[in-house]
Write a protein that binds this ligand. Structure first.
Ligand SMILES: C[S@@+](CC[C@H](N)C(=O)[O-])C[C@H]1O[C@@H](n2cnc3c(N)ncnc32)[C@H](O)[C@@H]1O
Length: 207
């Protein structure tokens, strides 16, 4: 088994008084994530920095009722629900064993601000009700826009965790952004001065 990354000092700064829940979730993911097919074998030594803190640092960007599409192991959805108990989180995930994990963790951590929905985003007939949608490592923006924008209310936001290709993804999604009335798409870097490797989001408004 790979060694588990020790908790970095910035974790306390990011989670504040929610740090104990973040520790419990990270420990559970380190212990069961690989055997339950949630994370790869290379991830435990970088679980805090690459996954948990990468997700948590964007928590201040949200309010209201937010969907996490393709939540998987709970990244970013469960981590954000820990960091922001004042926001309501809907985790949308089609795979049964991942849904089971999300439900177990929601209960074990006592998170009363989380709903888990087993569905593909495009099959979830909720209407345009969410204040924002987030997603991480699900697909490129041009594929993500058609399945996420219809879930967001007029004036709500897409806030999508992305890697170094974020700016190129915006260019490649020009047609889909126009078709689904997604405006002001831009890349924002979050966590500079806090994380050695800050997070990057594509942020845009749905009109
Ligand atoms: C590579 S995993 C990423 C999981 C997690 N977001 C993360 O960052 O570790 C992609 C996840 O998206 C889910 N997914 C794929 N297509 C989807 C769709 N159309 N609607 C909702 N979830 C989807 C998959 O089942 C899988 O759990």
């Amino acid at each position: 088994m790979n060694d588990i990354e020790p908790e970095p000092p910035e974790a306390q700064q990011i989670f504040g008084d929610r740090i104990e829940l973040a520790r419990r979730f990270t420990a559970a993911l380190a212990k069961h994530g690989e055997t339950r097919g949630l994370i790869g074998p290379l991830e435990p030594p970088r679980l805090w920095t690459r996954h948990v803190l990468n997700s948590a640092v964007i928590a201040p960007l949200f309010s209201g009722r937010v969907g996490d599409i393709g939540s998987g192991a709970g990244l970013p959805g469960l981590v954000l629900a820990i960091a922001r108990p004042d926001v309501e989180w809907v985790l949308v995930e089609p795979m049964e064993r991942r849904v089971a994990w999300l439900n177990e963790q929601t209960e074990a951590l006592g998170l009363d601000n989380v709903t888990v929905v087993r569905a593909r985003a495009e099959d979830w007939r909720e209407g345009s009700t969410l204040d924002a949608v987030t997603a991480r490592a699900v697909s490129a923006l041009r594929t993500l826009v058609p399945i996420t924008a219809p879930l967001v209310r007029d004036g709500g936001e897409l806030i999508l965790l992305k890697g170094a290709s974020a700016a190129d993804e915006i260019v490649a999604a020009e047609k889909q952004l126009r078709k689904f009335r997604v405006t002001n798409a831009r890349v924002e870097v979050v966590g500079e001065g806090v994380l050695a490797e800050p997070s990057r989001v594509i942020r845009a408004t749905v009109r």
